[in-house]
Each structure stands twice: as structure tokens, then as C-alpha cells.
Design a protein around this ligand. Structure first.
Ligand code: CMP
Length: 145
């Protein structure tokens, strides 16, 4: 760790997952994100290979749902983005709602667009550290504005 290292606290990373893309919700989700005050500083429409998904979700590799998770996340195109706002990680997690859409608060992105705990429409980083790691997984420095 560098001596004067300061973790960036105003960025988070998101993916619009294959279920939401397939169901035509890219526009609706981006509208919710920008209306909540997040600035999109990087964005990419792409598809994860199975290997990409395994690497991205390596932290969950021992979980019983890992196989299902990586199959699903590589099953179709996704939209990846880096978002900027004060308190980005926490505010974005509030905007998307609980992992399980049945437990998500009214008006949250997952409550509106998710279909199940596995196919839950969007990803949001759970810490500043993971936001930096996940953003760097998808974007080169010159793709971040
Ligand atoms: P995400 O925030 O992208 O990070 C890990 C993902 O694992 C999570 O969203 C869910 O989509 C998925 N997940 C968590 N719990 C389960 C579960 N019990 N069954 C299937 N998928 C799950």
C-alpha cells in the first residue's frame, strides 16, 4: 500500500445484467441511474466469456450458486459502467435495492426490473476497493472520462 494512498470514494462500478438487457431495460435503468445524480464516466456494451465471469466473480467461487452465476453472467450481452457521485458505493446500493428482488424496497431498480436473486438486473460494487478493482477489470484508463 502506498504511503499517502487514498481510496477513491466517489466511484462505483455497475453492470446491467443479461436478464435486464434481454428484457429491454437498458434505457429504463440508465434513466434511473442518471436521474439519481450519477455521472457515467465509462460505459461499454459487451459480453463476458465464461472465463471472464469466473474471474470477475472469483470471490464467490466457493458458493453453491457460483456455476449458475457465471453461466448466467456470460449468457448474453451486458452493459458495464463506472459511475461517479459523492458516496457512490453506498448511494448506488440504495438505488438498486437488496440482492433478492423480493426483499428490495419499492422504487429500487431491482424491485422494478429484477426477476429473481440470480437474475437481478444489475450489479453494484460493495466497497470502494472492489469498485476500483471491478472498474479496472472492464476499462482501460483511456476509456474513463
Ligand atoms: P451481484 O451483486 O452481481 O454479486 C453476486 C451475485 O450472486 C449476486 O449479485 C446475485 O445475482 C448472485 N447470487 C447471490 N445469491 C444467490 C443465490 N442464492 N442464488 C443465485 N445467485 C445468487
Amino acid at each position: 500500500m502506498q504511503k499517502n494512498f487514498k481510496m477513491i470514494q466517489n466511484r462505483t462500478f455497475t453492470m446491467i445484467k443479461p436478464d435486464a438487457v434481454a428484457n429491454g431495460h437498458i434505457g429504463g435503468i440508465l434513466e434511473k441511474i442518471t436521474a439519481a445524480g450519477f455521472k457515467i464516466i465509462a460505459m461499454k456494451y459487451s459480453q463476458l466469456s465464461l472465463r471472464d465471469a469466473q474471474a470477475f466473480y472469483a470471490v464467490h467461487s466457493e458458493r453453491p450458486f457460483f456455476g449458475e452465476l457465471v453461466e448466467f453472467m456470460s449468457s448474453g450481452p451486458i452493459v458495464a459502467a463506472i459511475l461517479e457521485k459523492d458516496n457512490a458505493v453506498e448511494d448506488f446500493r440504495a438505488l438498486i435495492g437488496a440482492t433478492n428482488p423480493e426483499e428490495a424496497a419499492e422504487g429500487t431498480i431491482r424491485k422494478i426490473y429484477a426477476t429473481s436473486i440470480g437474475e437481478n438486473a444489475v450489479h453494484g460494487s460493495d466497497s470502494d476497493e472492489n469498485a476500483a478493482i471491478e472498474g479496472a477489470f472492464h476499462f482501460a484508463g483511456k476509456e474513463i472520462f
